[in-house]
Every structure is written in structure tokens, then in C-alpha cells.
Design a protein around this ligand. Sequence first.
Ligand SMILES: Cc1ncc(C[n+]2csc(CCOP(=O)(O)OP(=O)(O)O)c2C)c(N)n1
Ligand SMILES: [Mg+2]
Length: 627
Amino acid sequence: MSQNVATGADAVAAALEELGVEIVFGITGAGNLAICDAIHRRGATRLVFVHHEQAAVMAAQGLSRTTGRLGVALVTTGGGSTNALTGIVGANMDSVPVLLISGNENSIHTNRDNELRIWGVQGFDSTAVFFPVVKRAHRARNADQLHDLLVNSAQAALEPRSGVVAVDIPMDLQRKPLNGSLPASGARVATGMRSAVTDLEVLDASIDALLASLARSVRPVLLLGNGLRTGPDRSTIREQVAAIRIPALLSWSGIDLLDADHPMNFGRSGIYGDRFSNMIVQNSDLVVAIGSRLAIPQMSYDPADFARNAQVYVVDVDRQELEKFVGDRWVRVQADASAFLDRLAVADQPRDYAPWIDRCAQLRADFPRREQTVEAVPAADRDAYLNSYDVVYEISDQAGPDDIFVTDMGTGLLSGFYGLDLRHEQRLATSLGLGEMGYGLPAAIGSQFANPDSTVICLNADGGMMLNLQELQTVAHHDLPIKLVVFSNDGYLMIKHSQRNLFDGRLVGSDKDSGVSCPDFAKLAATFGFTYLHLSETGQTTSAVRALLDTAGPVLLEVVMHPDQLFIPRVGTIKGDNGTLVSPPLEDMIPLISEAALSAAMNGALHPESTRIRSMPSTLPTRGEQR
Ligand SMILES: Cc1ncc(C[n+]2csc(CCOP(=O)(O)OP(=O)(O)O)c2C)c(N)n1
Ligand SMILES: [Mg+2]
């Protein structure tokens, strides 16, 4: 094809340049070849090819989550577009700004423009499929508008509440000569995340109201979430929170906002959070949640029980999120999280909470994070089997100050988000809303491309590795120095636990004997050119982690752990006598501590359910009990 005349595809490539997009992740196909060719010809944007479209979107997410910039994925028509779905649903749920560009059949041949089930080759109405699960989904109609459509779509993806914008571009428009010339490449459009313009009157009034609530409060806590990432960098947030001098808890998606040793960092509350943090939030009389949607893993299933004696301010830029919270004790503030924190940091605090801060520090000292996981492995097995939490603690202790952690689901997620103490520039991220197995490896790839000088450590597990296993070749192709940890536990440990707890221990599709097996990871490592390291002995953890971090190039460390290890502490669902499920309150985590200790931690305000579950015969492990 002659390239003297600029086409729609050139307009797409030019828009990406203008947006400062440096890397596009994708896979070629007839439906996007013209765009690939234009990007390649112009040479300003790097095309990184992966082996599954869902991985392309996950890699784009990895780039975005670790840089705050727009992630871009390019897929073709048909299966290329359907495969992208998992990636975009997850990105949108977690407010990750992603631009998905899909090619399609010629306009007339797709079932957006005709009534046929299928006419053209592979094409379908992807816009209709994506529409309900993204922020915006556009179908291009006019080659001359492509440039503006892409620039505007990128802006929309980045604007609060950030998310996914999908742009579908039929082949005929990609090849069509433009009527005019390409827009002269002007000043670059900013592609970082940005704060929302907040109604200043609302902001001032809500800060005044909060200050009045703070004047009455004796046990306030902040709960900080992902929404704060649109604002200033983390060092500013850290200074602001230090100035506010109220104990702060971090949501899972805001987990690295404060350093581990920040004076106001009091851990992570939630179903799989810190025992002491849950006690802190459940003791508090005023919670100020800023930029957190207060997801169920954060609050547990009963919103009435979350901080049950507190007034709860919820500061969110998304009005619909606020509408979840019904009732007098919720104060809904529609505002940009950073703007709110900014104002709060400069306001005169009505009182000093030193006694409460001391009490929080005491709870943390009484229930230290690392001591809570000892019983994850039965006492009799502790010498013979590794505990994944101990491996994570070791990784945490040895990691560098700007290392990036990406996890998959299962053990990688639960041990990683519990056990990593994060500091300095370190990041920890995964797909929290969708929770899809297979996210870890491609997201680590995107993170490594975006941060070539950082060490990227991917915490994965044997089951999750099998989804997107093909991306090992992307790592090999680019010789990415990713440090991949695979926790081996004979299949799906999380599922085994659910089946033991809820289905009388009948295992179906969760381990080798029940229908699921995993491959030989040493052979796999060899096939894909990874250095293979093996850890199965408790005494070898320090040296194995050292080797993982010191070995150049791609490394796969297989950690053979206890195949029935518990994920504790956690807020468990307990099966009652008549089969009904009982959820203990957030502060009462498995393994249960004694009623006296819990009562002391709660200042005598024991939840009636805590007394009840202690009298129930259940399969629930209590502290010190063997399973
Ligand atoms: C795409 C997808 N399919 C199924 C599930 C359901 N699921 C959640 S955890 C899990 C098992 C995970 O096994 P593995 O990755 O080995 O982690 P483990 O729990 O064994 O540590 C499954 C099947 C899921 N989260 N995502
Ligand atoms: Mg497993």
C-alpha cells in the first residue's frame, strides 16, 4: 500500500504519539494490521507483542498501575477482541486507565451495521459487548475523526473516576485516506492521572463538618485508598498524613501509600487484614475513608458491623459509590480524594489524639503481624514444610527500596498482601476487583517494561500460573529480568479450603486426586530459558530468596509449601449447627483468640456473635489447635 497519503491508521498512530504513549501491548491480526503497520512505520511508539489478548490488557494495566500513566492495548477483530474482555473488566473495576483499541471487519460487514449473525470474517459488535463493563465504548465512524476520538478517549480514561475506554476501528476506516492532512503533532497531551475538579463549597463544608466530628471524637482513624493516587506523589501524601496525626489504615489497593514505618501507618484492615488493624477500626468512633470504595474484603459482608460504633465519612469522587452507604452514620462526601486530604492536612486539628495513638500502638504490639501466621502450618509439620508467609517475610526483608511486587491470586495474593512491609518507592498491585487467576505474569511484564531499572517480583502460584503460562515466552523473548515466585501446593489451595469448610471436605477439581494437576516447573523454566531455583526446606529460605534476587535475567523460584496451609488471620465464615453460615465480626479473626483477650482488645465491648461462635461446635481452628 502506498504511504504517500495519510490514512485513518496513521491518524491513530499520530494520536498515540501526541498522547506520549511509549508502549502498546498487543497481538496482530487482519483487523488491526494497518494500525500495527502505521505505528511501526512511524517508529515513535513501541509495539510489544504478547501471546494472548487478555495478557496484553493486563500488561497495559501493569504499566499504568506502576506509573500512573495511560495503558494501551491493541487487539484484532473476532477472538482478539473477545479475549480482551477479562483484562478490560478487571481494569475498569480497579479504575485503571486503559485505552483498548480493537480492529474490526469493514463497517458494513459487522453486525453493528447489519442484522446478520455474521457476514464478514470474524467480526462482531464488540462495542456492544464491551459497553456495559467499561467507562466508554466507541465505534469509529469516520476516518477523519479518528485522531480526536483517540485523544478524547484517552483523556476520558484518565479523568476521575479513571477506567477503560474502548475504541473499535473497522478495517475500512483504518485504510481510508484522510480528507485533510494529519493534524500537525503539537504539544503533547498530558497522559498522567489527574484530580477531579471538586466543588469547593462542598469541600469546605464537608471539611468543617469533619472538624466538628473530630472535635467530638476520641478514637478517629483514616482509611486511605486507591483514589489518592490521582493526586500528588506519595511523599506528599506521607507528609500530609503525618501532619494530620490520626492513625491511618490502608486499603489493599492503597497498600503502599504509606511507608511501613510511617508513624501513622497502623496496617491494613479487612477480611484478610491485620488482626490489630481490625481491632483498631472496630474500636474507633470516627472513620474517615478517603478514596476507598470500601470493598467487601475491606469491610466484610455486613456494612452495619464495620466500625459499628463509629460515624463514617466516605470521600469518593464517584457519586454512585457513595449511594451504597445508606443511613445516618454514613457521611457521604463527593470530592476528589487528594483535594480532601490536602485540606484536612492544613486544617487546625481540634484535639490531640495521643492516648488513642498509644492504644493503637499497644494493639499492634499485642498482635504483631508476623506472629499471627505461625499457625498457618500445623505444629507437627512446621519443620518439614514451608509456610508461605515466612517466605514472603524474607522477600520483604531482602527486597530493594524501589522493587515492584505484582501478585496473582491464591497464595501469592494472600501471603503477599498480608506479609509484605512496603517502603520507599516499592509498589504492590494485583487485580483486586475481578480477582482473575492469570493476572500476575502479564501484569509483571507490563510493570517491567514500564520500569526497566526496577526489580519486578511476581508472586504466583501453581494453579494461577497455568492461566497465561504462554507469557513466559514474552519474558524469554525480551529477556526480562522478572523474579517469578511460584508457590506449589498441589493445585488450588484456596478452593480446597472452601471445600473443606463448606462442603464437608469433598474435594472436586482442586488437587491432583480430584482432577487438577500442575506441570513440572523445573522443565517449564528450562523450556522458557528461566533460571530455576527450588525451595522446599525451611532452613533454606534466606539463601533461596537471596539467590532469587541476585540471579540476573528471568528467574523462577518454585516454593514447595504445605499443601494444606491455612490463610490466616482471616475473618472466617463458620457453618453453624443447622448448616447456616455465620460471619463473625471483623475484629474476631481466625484463629480465634480467647474471649478474654478479645474483650480486653475491644475495651469490653464484645460482639454477641463472638460469644456465640465460641460455644458452637465447628471446624474452626482456634488458636493453638491442630487441624
Ligand atoms: C480466572 C479464574 N478462574 C477461577 C478462579 C477461582 N479460583 C480462585 S482461587 C483458585 C485457585 C488458585 O490456585 P493457585 O493459583 O494455585 O493458588 P493457591 O490457592 O493454590 O495458592 C481458583 C480456581 C479465579 N479466581 N479466576
Ligand atoms: Mg496452588
